[in-house]
Design a protein around this ligand. Structure first.
Ligand code: 5GP
Ligand code: MG
Length: 479
């Protein structure tokens, strides 16, 4: 089996356990609210009369999953939406991943997947997929059978894995298990109503269900919800945290609350801090839709410059970012975003995007806004320069594709063709998030990673110059 691509997931998970109600509609609503976290595939597992039933589909929840739901029912279940990079995608790699006892779904990425996989294969295990979810499910099952204890199974599994994972598991005994890796890279929150408990990647999925947010699942803990209530186990005592800054910058929905921080407030502050750092005045501030709207509001409020929707996004075009070929990404940008002449012609404009990864978006936008007659174009990124790959679940996997890993800021400015270019400072980012710096994962901005295996891979990758577009977590580097 070819082992490329599809193990890498940034996803959304949702699970609910209810005393009275059928939960299928609730999972559907939860997944709809998490659709931005993944559009490649969607899946749902429920338990009825001691039997697990699972449906997995390609594409969108509303279009492809909805027609499959009518035969499902139950009081407990989980759902998943998946964003995977290109590669050997098959529906078998979609989640929930199941065996006879568990339905398993997670969001994140096991950084040492290749070495764990190799070891399991050497032990004679036959793997059906090239997804990290399968090895997690297999390990969890093995250790549960040995110990009869979910927390012990989690502890044993986690001791072999390095990376970020927010997990939900449905058991054939009717339990709903939620757990987060010891450093808490990816979000996972808990909600409650009178008769039910839910877990979700983001609080927005609770809102859509009228479920009250209780708080975040503590990293290093495992929760078991059933009709009898909830039990909590601490399986790892690490106190360090490594919350992904990119959840705030780009990935999460702006109306979610993560680690007690409103994503809206964070993005607003990102705009304010850009204005404080650069203070560039212009005739108008324009966000690149949709993620940068709030930051543009913040920039505008701080400088007194009006904000306007000068770039209009075609809402039916998704996923230009993960198209494999640069040519396709460039062409797709023209269809995806169109400048409003009445807003930009004859003006000095300041454009804010959440991040610059390859520079495709910024270059195309500067070009189209200039062609539409703007006098001057300033470009701002709410995220500091991304100089290093992500191993923990965000789709920035190789040095070669990161423009800021190859060029200095002046050269990037030349390349995208703007009159000025301003990136957020690291301090500006940390201040906007409002969590202590040591509780954040800033690996893609600093090259300093919170886990040792990843740090070693990175150093080996750097030494092997010319590594180009090898996806970091796929590099066959002995460490
Ligand atoms: P670039 O065009 O520089 O490669 O990417 C920057 C743009 O892609 C920004 O507009 C940002 O909103 C978006 N972006 C950043 N990270 C991701 C990601 O992981 N997935 C997707 N789909 N878009 C992203
Ligand atoms: Mg964008």
């Amino acid at each position: 089996m070819e082992v490329t691509g599809s193990k890498k997931d940034s996803c959304g998970v949702f699970g609910v356990c209810s005393r009275e109600q059928d939960i299928v509609h609730s999972i559907y609503c939860g997944l709809m609210s998490l659709q931005h976290r993944g559009q490649e595939s969607a899946g749902i597992s429920t338990l009825k009369n001691g039997r697990l039933s699972t449906r997995k589909v390609w594409g969108l929840v509303s279009q492809n999953l909805k027609p499959k739901l009518w035969r499902l029912s139950g009081h407990v279940g989980i759902g998943h939406v998946r964003y995977s990079t290109t590669g050997s995608s098959t529906l078998a790699n979609a989640q929930p991943m199941t065996d006879s006892h568990f339905a398993f779904a997670h969001n994140g990425n096991v950084a040492n997947y290749m070495s764990v996989r190799k070891r399991l294969l050497n032990e004679g295990l036959r793997l059906r997929t090239n997804s990290d979810a399968e090895i997690m499910l297999r390990l969890f099952r093995r250790y549960y059978e040995e110990s009869g204890d979910y927390a012990v199974a989690m502890e044993s599994m986690a001791s072999q894995l390095e990376g970020g994972y927010s997990i939900i598991i449905l058991t054939s005994r009717g339990e709903l298990i939620a757990a987060r890796d010891p450093l808490g890279f990816r979000p996972l929150c808990q909600g409650m109503t009178e008769g039910s408990t839910a877990f979700a990647s983001e609080s927005v999925a609770l809102d859509g269900n009228n479920i009250r947010l209780v708080g975040d699942v503590d990293p290093g803990t495992l929760l078991v919800a059933s009709r009898n209530g909830i039990e909590e186990f601490r399986y790892n005592s690490c106190n360090r945290r490594a919350h992904c800054m990119f959840e705030y910058v780009y990935f999460s929905r702006v109306d979610s609350i993560i680690e007690g921080r409103s994503v809206y407030n964070v993005r607003f502050n990102l705009g304010v801090n850009l204005a404080k750092t650069y203070g560039i005045k212009s005739d108008v501030v324009i966000p690149v839709p949709d993620t940068s709207r709030t930051a543009a509001e913040g920039y505008s409020r701080q400088t007194g410059t009006p904000v306007a929707e000068g770039l209009i996004k075609n809402r039916y075009i998704h996923r230009t970012f993960i198209m494999p070929r640069q040519r396709d990404r460039d062409a797709a940008m023209k269809l995806k975003i169109n400048p409003l002449k009445s807003v930009v012609t004859g003006k000095e404009v300041l454009i804010i995007d959440d991040s610059i990864v390859r520079g495709t978006t910024s270059k195309a936008i500067v070009n189209m806004v200039k062609n539409a007659g703007a006098k001057k174009v300033h470009m701002m990124s709410t995220c500091p320069p991304i100089i290093s790959p992500c191993f923990y679940g965000i789709d920035i996997a190789s040095y070669g594709e990161l423009i800021a890993a190859r060029m200095d800021i002046e050269s990037i400015k030349e390349k995208i063709g703007s009159d000025s270019l301003g990136y957020q400072t690291l301090d500006g980012l940390v201040d906007a998030i409002g969590l202590p710096k040591e509780d954040l994962c800033l690996g893609c901005l600093t090259g300093e990673y919170p886990t040792p295996y990843v740090q070693r891979i990175l150093e080996a990758l750097k030494e092997r110059s010319g590594i180009g577009t090898t996806r970091a977590w796929e590099a066959e580097i002995p460490v």
